[in-house]
Design a protein around this ligand. Sequence first.
Ligand SMILES: C[S@@+](CC[C@H](N)C(=O)[O-])C[C@H]1O[C@@H](n2cnc3c(N)ncnc32)[C@H](O)[C@@H]1O
Length: 422
Amino acid sequence: MTPAAARLQAILDLFTATEAERRPVDAVTSAWLRGRRDIGDEDRGTILDTLYDLLRHRARLTWWLEKFGREANARNQFLAWLVLAERRPAEEIKRLLGEEPQDGSLLNKLHGHTIEHPEMPEAVLLECPAWAEPSLRARFGDRFAPEMNALLTPPPFDLRVNPIKATREGALKQLAKLGLPAEPTPLAPHGIRLAEKFALSRLPALKTGEVEIQDEGSQLVAQLVDAQPGDRVVDFCAGAGGKTLAMAAQMNNKGRIIACDVNEGRLKRCSERVRNAGMHNVETKLLGSESDKWVKRKKLGFDRVLIDAPCSGTGTWRRNPDTRWRDEGGLEHLTALQSRILASAARLVKEGGRLVYATCSMLPEENEAQVEAFLKAFPAFKLVPLAEVAPDLPQTGDYLSLTPAQHDTDGFFAAVMTRTPA
Ligand SMILES: C[S@@+](CC[C@H](N)C(=O)[O-])C[C@H]1O[C@@H](n2cnc3c(N)ncnc32)[C@H](O)[C@@H]1O
């Protein structure tokens, strides 16, 4: 097989696995790359970029296949991509992929067309899945199209400098020496934005824990918790610890963070990252569920509680383009889980303490509506307007509400609340 044919086959294999196994694309690609450590940076870049691009065009490719009465399976979508987007001649595709005669007629039908067609509905052109369209239209109104278009662009590559081990100036100099142009992020004080993507192996500071990969929006959510040195903090949905690490650094390694989650694997990864970052003020706690007995035992025990709730992830569609086509469990299941988590984790907040509820979703049901329902049901808590706690952040009402189109971050929502003294 020629190198060009091998690249195409790799893209098709990865796309097929993402579609068929219903696994997140980053998990599929990480597993694939682990078995191919000898693959060159350029090949890796081409394969991953094309795979993600393909996922960002899935609705349009499906529209074309349905128009010609073909099954929208991974192989047909890929063939359509090669003709419509890469403008590859049928002969070349046949030579590289060795496709069967029935595919030949599909290639001929697609030949001469472009990926967009005037008859495509707007939701297809904007790759907006039916399950999220009504909410996103309600949320954005006239801004629906620009916001959806922004979600179709590749995300910026952001780092967060770990102030326990490095300074932003030092990290910027190191990047410049490595030939990786970068600049400070506009809003987050420890953030760095790379001008272009690069192979992670090129940056030793990642291995030494001097920097972490973290979107600027995620850094800002951690900042809103305002964890102080000496505080007792719970990161209730800590996952692999992105925000835990940012808060631990903010606390200058003093005080205590309990990183909780129901997923043992993610907490294990969190512990590894904590060690690598040189943090000593974090412990992990595996919960059986959001209403684990531990929560009751520790009620009113913490200065700060962050709930980075499991959500639809609509704000991260730039980064995880496959998730828009997964409505696993449905939105109703997620919103019910979010309100159970809020009700339970809020018990941990002491009088005068702060509760931050955050999602990487842009759907009002998962955000404003959750907070409003919680405040109504738990009058001991009151909302602290964003202008009071973070006047320098973009003000869009009482909440932090970031979108890729407006702030060039992932879409993030955060509400700051406090438990009023009895
Ligand atoms: C948005 S992710 C967290 C990301 C993480 N905070 C970060 O910054 O890297 C949501 C997390 O909630 C966890 N989760 C799901 N259901 C939960 C529950 N019932 N109680 C606590 N955590 C839960 C998931 O395992 C997942 O790790």
